[in-house]
Design a binder for this molecule. Structure first.
Ligand SMILES: [Fe+2]
Length: 181
């Protein structure tokens, strides 16, 4: 007997499964695991009053590290794999913001002398692999994008969301906001 096509997984369940797949996974050498980092980042976005697409990007900015997501673009860096996934499931705004979170870090290092001093040692090390401070042409191009300001907001929450044991909203509460994006 042949099997029919597999029913598509609803977006909410897909996001939940791919986020839960990073629970307990180390986040490079940071002090929190990847799920705690995602929940902290999403919670910071909600507390700042961000709109749903930005909360979704904060929650999902590293989803490209989740095994089922990275397997879809195995040769791409995690921000590109995450951008493709989020664009498909939640639309272009969320996808762009997720894809921009590394460039936003490089832009902030160039724009704000105090920002680099706040980066964790792990993030300082990865900065060089990511291309270092943004050069003026790519910085100009980035800043002209209408979502650049929100991408830098996501990036600052990303950098803050590394506190062991920090209280967060529940995953389902954050998914409620994200799927409204
Ligand atoms: Fe992150």
């Amino acid at each position: 007997m042949t099997q029919g096509p597999t029913a598509p997984v609803p977006t909410r369940e897909r996001l939940r499964a791919d986020l839960c797949a990073v629970a307990d996974l180390p986040y490079d050498g940071e002090a929190v695991d990847q799920l705690a980092h995602a929940l902290q980042c999403g919670t910071l976005a909600v507390r700042a009053g961000a709109r749903p697409a930005v909360v979704a990007a904060a929650l999902l900015h590293d989803i490209g590290r989740s095994p089922g997501v990275s397997a879809q673009l195995p040769d791409a860096p995690h921000e590109r794999a995450g951008a493709a996934y989020c664009t498909r499931l939640l639309g272009h705004e969320v996808g762009w913001l997720v894809g921009a979170h590394v460039l936003a870090k490089r832009a902030l290092v160039t724009l704000d002398p105090g920002y680099a001093a706040l980066l964790s040692p792990v993030s300082v090390r990865s900065l060089e692999q990511q291309g270092g401070p943004a050069a003026s042409a790519e910085l100009d191009r980035f800043l002209r994008h209408p979502l650049a300001r929100e991408a830098m907001d996501v990036r600052r929450w990303d950098d803050e969301a590394k506190v062991p044991g920090a209280p967060t909203m529940a995953l389902d509460e954050l998914l409620d906001v994200a799927i409204a994006a």
